[in-house]
Design a protein around this ligand. Structure first.
Ligand SMILES: Cc1cc2nc3c(=O)[nH]c(=O)nc-3n(C[C@H](O)[C@H](O)[C@H](O)COP(=O)(O)OP(=O)(O)OC[C@H]3O[C@@H](n4cnc5c(N)ncnc54)[C@H](O)[C@@H]3O)c2cc1C
Length: 406
């Protein structure tokens, strides 16, 4: 295919934060850009993130921030240095959406919603000449061209350059289902298998406990696993556990369950008290109080925490003050499975870093770039996901402009 046969625009496939960020850079450079998305409107997952307040990024020092990307920190560091959390906050501000730092250091829009941001962003993109083609499902490559299905018809386009920003493989009802992987694998591009990230886990609860505890939070606790300690809160579910502190350990827990079939999480139900202080309090005269009442009065444990102690500990330990005090500080909960990928907040896996240039072009397909969650990185919740999606989108958008200049 000769270069002059190509139409003079850049195709961005996927209208999530990564794709829209890439499109904005291209439009701002004065180039024609068309955004294609299979859904009736773009940004569905961003809107879903808005339901939880839209944790855009985090305010911690940049070096610490970048460590959150684990094995991918080295590849993401220059990309995030070029578009750091402050740049993301400024960008939101430029759309009329101010941000604030919450008590945990997380950054949110003041309205705690995604819709005003997405609306203003769309307006600005369209004002800059970008066009959005909704209900266009990308089916793969047709030689050098791209083929789509729209309204039951096939469409074939041959743009000057392409950015894939098709997302990961969780919450498929919002548009991203990971089906893009086949098209790239067929072209010889290595794609690491998708795995749940920031997911819940299964525990072998008794029916009685599941009925009582499902939906109950455990607040002001700390989780320990594999030498790491994460303060925060979790939610007890009918099948196990989920929530922020679990998500922070989810990669390590998932990998351990993959290796050993199970992983034992330790829950510190009283992070502010030492085991000795707990033992002393439990040693106070109990009078006619039941053990549950004694735990509630002496340690201020709530109903869910007490039920969990009763679920996880034998009657002998419950009757032994010293052993019970140790268990309050390190309650073992055996996790036996990972919740399904489709219900995870994000996915691990995606296009292997070795396939990508520093500008996020796929080495073996010149002119094809990729950004966002479809690259092989993972990070805990806390704003790290969106920050990396925006920053890789910016890098791929700038990369396309540099490529076309050459
Ligand atoms: C419930 C929930 C809450 C979250 N909260 C937060 C949060 O507070 N903070 C945070 O940092 N992260 C959060 N995340 C994660 C964050 O939303 C994602 O990491 C981010 O949206 C990924 O951006 P992306 O652009 O790579 O992909 P996506 O946002 O998934 O966008 C990809 C787009 O590609 C389109 N697409 C996919 N396949 C095709 C195809 N074949 N043809 C055409 N179009 C296609 C999809 O329709 C979609 O619009 C949350 C996720 C969930 C599920």
């Amino acid at each position: 295919m000769k270069d002059q046969d190509r139409e003079d625009f850049v195709a961005v496939i996927g209208g999530g934060p990564a794709g829209l960020a890439a499109a904005e850079r291209i439009a701002r450079a004065g180039r024609a850009v068309r955004i294609f998305d299979r859904m009736p409107t773009p940004g569905r997952k961003l809107l879903m993130a808005g339901r939880g307040g839209l944790n855009l990024t985090h305010s911690e020092p940049l070096d610490r921030f970048i460590e959150r990307y684990g094995e991918s920190a080295g590849r993401l560091a220059p990309i995030i240095h070029a578009f750091p959390p402050d740049a993301l906050r400024d960008w939101a501000g430029s759309l009329g959406v101010e941000t604030f730092v919450g008590s945990s250091g997380r950054v949110f829009p003041t309205g705690l919603k995604a819709s005003p941001l997405l609306r203003a962003w769309r307006r600005r993109l369209e004002g800059a000449g970008a066009t959005i083609h909704a209900r266009h499902r990308w089916d793969g490559f047709d030689g050098d061209a791209l083929s789509f299905t729209t309204d039951g018809r096939m469409l074939r386009i041959l743009p000057k350059a392409i950015i894939l920003a098709l997302g990961g493989a969780s919450w498929s009802k919002l548009g991203s289902d990971g089906s893009w992987a086949d098209a790239l694998l067929r072209r010889g591009v290595a794609v690491a298998p998708f795995m749940p990230s920031n997911s819940g886990f299964d525990a072998l609860w008794t029916q009685r406990f599941a009925d009582m505890a499902a939906g109950q939070p455990l607040k002001n606790i700390a989780l320990c696993f594999d030498g790491r300690r994460v303060p925060g809160e979790i939610v007890l579910t009918r099948t196990g556990v989920e929530g922020g502190a679990v998500y922070a350990l989810s990669a390590a827990l998932r990998d351990a369950i993959g290796r050993n079939g199970e992983a034992t999480l330790l829950i510190d139900l009283k992070p502010d008290l030492s085991a000795t202080a707990i033992r002393d309090r439990l040693g106070r005269p109990r009078g006619r109080n039941s053990l549950s009442n004694h735990l509630r009065k002496t340690l201020k444990l709530d109903r869910a925490a007490i039920a969990l102690l009763r679920e996880a500990l034998s009657p002998e330990i419950l009757a032994d003050g010293a052993r019970l005090a140790e268990a309050v500080k390190a309650l073992p909960v055996r996790l036996t499975g990972v919740r399904p990928l489709d219900r995870a907040i994000s996915s691990a896996g995606g296009i292997a870093w070795d396939e990508m240039t520093d500008d996020l072009m796929v080495r073996r397909i010149p002119g094809l770039f990729a950004a966002g969650e479809m690259l092989d990185w993972e990070a805990p919740t806390g704003g790290y996901l969106l920050q990396a999606c925006f920053a890789t989108g910016v890098r791929a958008g700038d990369g396309v402009c540099r490529y076309l200049e050459r």
